[in-house]
Design a protein around this ligand. Structure first.
Ligand code: WT7
Length: 634
């Protein structure tokens, strides 16, 4: 098993080693796993195509590392501890032994549905242990899972199914988040009607709601499981075979299917989990993300299970039945490590400290933050109230594309600085670049964040579009992976992430491309054109501000707003619903027809003192009109 770094000196030594002899460094980490055949070629790479191969020649199955190898030591230990949405409902404890059986059975179910190595399986499920079973069963038979967050609309689901040509869809009857009921099977039906590649659909009966089942296509999970054999030998996979696809938003175009491969992702997810959180045997680890995002993949499912940890899966939301829910969950399950998002913290800050009264949080050892920059105020509030001033906060910076945490303190090892992600993990070679594309060395600098050497967890391609992979991440700076984020490196060499420098916005930790929202708004009959930007929002981090040109004068503003918002909800999902819609006569365009978003961003931010050079605009007077309009809806 993996051993964690124990001191800051050890971190510095590990870091140095990972740079001097990366292959040797990762060989030692990889050697702690179970391989069917040992690798022969630790790393082959170039960032120009790009081509990245880790642990070439090796064969393995990630589920043997998550499950089989724990059977002799942890059969009865809880693997997944499930806290339901409604605290009055029963908790579930799935042991490593039970999880192993469920995964083998469901692997056989997948085989019975004709799923073969390399096939894509879409998972659109609530936060229940069966979702993890579904992911692991795919990995066990060598199928590629594509989990779609169960807050996406049927259209978004259909787009993702179609892009990956998924053969099977795994879903549930319905689910509840807080008081909101979500008709998953109904959404899945609508998506399947538009997705010709789906041959079968397995429905996990979660709430027992009445649903339509299509003969010959739809099957109940429990019916298939009843008949399934409980033994399945994991399929032998190559290191670089795909493990999963996860869609994420970029600056332009449709969401991209970020692809991760087995061995590198496994090694990286496990290594970062162990070291960042300093997980010790017996600890209860709780990550509040959804399995539909990469955080859920790496730190609810794979990272914890690879380390034989007990992972708490929380179905609910922070604010229901009351704003003390997180703290109740921590008390109830004696959570030792708690990992959540700044947006959740800020939303709870509003309720003050009353929800903490009478709650015993003494089990907590480590707090984590992920998804967006955490502002100092939220950092201190979290530190003082949840951590009672004694738990470190690991502010973990990473991305869907990086597979695991890249910049973060190691809990109780790295000296902290509020709002700083601090230092790169071993194996992570950062480069801060200036506008001209040259690396800025030294401390006390600011620029765009790149990575100049491969790490095992990095994405290998965009599914079905390698050229886009190259274009998106490896073309801005030669031989560097460009993250899309800006950062500062202070006098101590500590990193502070300043946020995205592209047209990606981060709303309550949800990554959204402004172009996707524009496309959805533009589908509205009245809309001629739109431009969407992010603006600072107290709780969500960023809100969505849409500037819209309409083709009719006589409809009401109210009507347009409601319809446009409803349409975005329908096309993408409720989390992408614009906060503010401003009707404008014209957008600030350059002579070449490009919208100057920089100006719109400044206006939305309420910072119009210096709009920069507007001389290239066709009609600079539109700016004043937009400014005046913005003040009316702010
Ligand atoms: C973007 C990636 C990483 C899993 C969840 C989000 C922002 C993420 C931090 C942090 C500042 C952060 C970045 C990044 N981000 N973590 N600790 N501090 N910003 O994954 O949806 O792929 O989003 O989230 O802007 O590029 P994602």
């Amino acid at each position: 098993m993996l051993k964690a770094i124990q001191s800051f000196t050890e971190y510095q030594e590990a870091y140095q080693k990972s740079i001097d002899t990366p292959e040797l460094f990762w060989d030692e980490v990889a050697a702690t796993f179970h391989w069917k055949k040992k690798w022969t070629n630790t790393l082959l790479w170039n960032f120009s195509e790009p081509k990245i191969e880790w642990f070439g020649g090796g064969t393995l199955n990630i589920t043997e590392n998550c499950l089989d190898r724990h059977q002799t030591t942890r059969k009865d230990q809880t693997a997944i501890l499930w806290e339901p949405n409604d605290p009055k409902d029963a908790v579930r404890r799935v042991s490593y032994g039970e999880l192993f059986t469920m995964v083998q059975q469901f692997a056989n179910v997948l085989l019975s549905l004709g799923v073969k190595k390399g096939d894509r399986v879409c998972i659109y499920m609530p936060m229940v242990p069966e979702a993890a079973v579904a992911m692991l069963a795919c990995a066990r038979v060598g199928a590629i899972h594509s989990v779609v967050f169960a807050g996406f609309s049927s259209q978004s689901l259909a787009d993702r199914i179609t892009d990956a040509e998924c053969k099977v869809l795994l879903t549930a009857d319905s689910m509840t988040r807080g008081e909101k009921k979500i008709d998953l099977k109904g959404i899945a039906d609508a998506a399947m009607a538009a997705s010709p590649t789906i041959e079968s659909c397995v429905v996990y009966q979660h709430k027992g709601t009445d649903i339509l089942m299509q003969e010959g296509r739809d099957y109940y999970w429990h019916h298939l499981m009843e008949k399934a054999n409980a033994s399945h030998t994991a399929v032998e996979m190559e290191s670089e075979d795909p493990l999963f696809i996860l869609y994420t938003s970029g600056s332009t175009g449709k969401p991209k299917g970020v692809l991760h491969t087995i061995a590198g992702y496994m090694v990286y997810a496990a290594y970062t989990f162990k070291n960042v959180f300093q997980y010790q045997d017996g600890d209860v680890f709780c990550c509040t993300a959804d399995i539909g995002w990469v955080t859920g993949h790496s730190y609810i499912v794979y990272g914890p299970l690879l380390n034989g940890a007990t992972t708490l899966m929380f179905e609910g939301i922070p604010s229901w039945p009351d704003a003390g829910r997180f703290w109740s969950v921590i008390e109830k399950h004696k959570v030792n490590i708690f990992y959540t998002a700044p947006t959740a913290i800020r939303s709870l800050e509003v309720f003050g400290t009353e929800p903490f009264v009478g709650k015993d949080l003494s089990s907590l050892k480590v707090l984590g933050s992920v998804g967006e920059p955490i502002n100092e105020e939220a950092w201190h509030w979290y530190h003082e109230n949840a951590g009672k001033g004694r738990c470190p906060i690991v502010d973990t910076w990473w991305q869907t594309e990086t597979g695991g945490i890249m910049i973060s303190p190691l809990a109780n090892i790295t000296p902290l600085k509020p709002a700083f992600a601090t230092l790169p993990l071993p194996g992570v070679q950062l480069a801060i670049m200036d506008e001209k594309g040259t690396e800025i060395h030294g401390n006390g600098v600011e620029g765009n964040l790149c990575i100049k050497f491969p790490w095992p967890g990095m994405s290998r391609t965009i599914y079905g579009d390698h050229e886009r992979f190259h274009q998106t991440y490896f073309s801005a700076y030669a031989n560097h992976y460009f993250t899309g984020d800006g950062c500062k490196r202070d006098e101590d060499g500590y990193i502070r992430i300043t946020g995205r420098v592209d047209d990606v916005i981060n709303v309550s930790g949800h990554r959204i491309g402004t172009g996707e929202v524009e496309d959805a708004i533009n589908e509205h009959g009245y809309v001629v054109e739109s431009a969407v930007v992010g603006y600072p929002h107290d709780i969500k981090g960023q809100g969505i501000w849409a500037f819209v040109i309409c083709d009719r004068e006589h409809h009401s503003y109210e009507e347009l707003c409601n319809e446009a918002k409803a349409h975005v909800t329908k096309v993408i999902g409720p989390f992408a619903r614009p906060d503010r819609i401003q009707v404008v006569k014209a957008l600030p365009k350059t002579r070449s027809g490009k919208i100057m978003r920089r100006i719109l961003r400044k206006i939305a931010e309420g910072d119009t003192s210096n709009l920069g050079d507007t001389s290239t605009l066709i009609d600079p007077t539109v700016v004043d009109a937009i400014k005046a309009g913005a003040d009316m809806i702010r």
